[in-house]
Design a protein around this ligand. Structure first.
Ligand SMILES: [Zn+2]
Ligand SMILES: [Zn+2]
Length: 274
C-alpha cells in the first residue's frame, strides 16, 4: 500500500492514480470538470492545493536541502496540505485543472470557514488576491511579507472567508527544472503553524476594497481589484489568465487570434512584415 506521508512514493504519481487511491474522498466522481478530493474533518479552517501540473511530475534528486523535481507546483503543496490538515485536524480540498484556470474548486460548496489557506506558491511570501480584510492582512503581516499574485484556486472559490496562498519554497514553478529549498519549505510550515496557533479561532471575513472611479478612457488595471479576478475582460466569463495586462478567458483569446488572422487576410497584410 502506498502511503500518503511519502512525498516521493505517493505524490509524484499520475493525477488519475492519486484520485483512484483517495477514491473514498472524491466528490463529483463521474465528472473530470468537477472532480475534487475533499476531506471533511468538521474544521473551521480549510487547506487547499491542486493536483494538476504543467509538467509531468517527476522526482529527480535530493541534494542537501534542495529537491529537484518536475511538478512541485503543486504536488509539493498537495503533500504539505494533506499532512498539515491531517496533523491539525483541518478540512482539505485538493482540486484539478487549476493550471488552465478552470479549477474544480469552483464547483465546491464551501462551509462557513474562519479562513482558508492554499499551499500553491513559490518562494516564501504570501498573497491574498484581495480575498482579504485589513485585519487579515495585519495578521498575516506579522508572519510573512504579503506579496502580489495573479491566480490560484482560492480566487475561484464561492466564499466570503478571507483566503491566503502561502509560499512553499519551490522555484521555476512550471519548468521541468523546478526545485525547492526544503529548509525554506520547513520554515514556511513552521510559520503557518504559528499563524494557525494564534488565529485558529478568529473569523476573518472578506471586505471589499473601495470601488474605484475609472476615467472614461482609462483601461482599468485589474492588479488591485482582484475581486473581479476570475471575470474575463471581454465576456465576463470565468477561467481567465492574465495576458498583456488583460484578464482573458481561453475562448476570447482564441476568438481574438482567429479574428486578427482573418482581418489581416482581408486587408492583405502579412503580419510577419509588421
Ligand atoms: Zn499552482
Ligand atoms: Zn502553476
Amino acid at each position: 500500500m502506498t502511503k500518503t506521508d511519502s512525498l516521493k512514493e505517493f505524490w509524484f504519481r499520475s493525477t488519475k492514480q492519486i484520485f483512484r487511491d483517495l477514491n473514498k474522498h472524491v466528490l463529483d466522481k463521474g465528472s473530470r470538470h468537477k472532480h475534487r478530493i475533499f476531506i471533511n474533518r468538521g474544521s473551521n479552517i480549510l487547506l487547499m492545493a491542486h493536483l494538476d501540473t504543467v509538467q509531468k511530475p517527476k522526482w529527480d534528486r535530493l541534494e542537501g536541502d534542495t529537491l529537484y523535481a518536475a511538478g512541485l507546483d503543486d504536488r509539493l503543496g498537495c503533500y504539505l496540505a494533506y499532512r498539515v490538515a491531517e496533523n491539525l485536524g483541518l478540512d482539505l480540498l485538493l482540486t484539478d485543472h487549476e493550471e488552465c484556470g478552470k479549477t474544480t474548486g469552483a464547483f465546491h460548496t464551501l462551509k462557513d470557514y474562519n479562513w482558508i489557506a492554499e499551499f500553491d506558491r513559490g518562494g516564501a511570501d504570501v498573497v491574498t488576491y484581495d480575498l482579504d480584510s485589513p485585519e487579515f492582512i495585519d495578521a498575516l503581516d506579522d508572519f510573512w511579507g504579503v506579496g502580489q499574485g495573479t491566480y490560484s484556486d482560492i480566487a475561484s472559490l464561492d466564499t466570503t472567508a478571507c483566503c491566503v496562498n502561502v509560499g512553499i519554497g519551490y522555484q521555476l514553478d512550471h519548468s521541468a527544472d523546478s526545485y525547492a529549498d526544503l529548509s525554506e519549505t520547513a520554515n514556511q510550515m513552521q510559520r503557518f503553524q504559528q499563524f494557525y496557533n494564534k488565529y485558529k479561532d478568529s473569523k476573518f471575513t472578506q471586505v471589499e476594497s473601495e470601488p474605484i472611479d475609472w476615467m472614461e478612457d482609462e483601461i482599468p488595471s485589474r492588479k488591485n481589484s482582484r475581486r473581479f479576478w476570475d471575470e474575463c475582460d471581454i465576456c465576463g466569463g470565468g477561467g481567465v489568465k492574465p495576458i498583456f495586462g488583460y484578464l482573458l478567458c481561453r475562448d476570447c483569446v482564441e476568438y481574438m487570434v482567429e479574428s486578427c488572422r482573418i482581418d489581416n487576410e482581408l486587408a492583405g497584410i502579412d503580419h510577419r512584415e509588421r
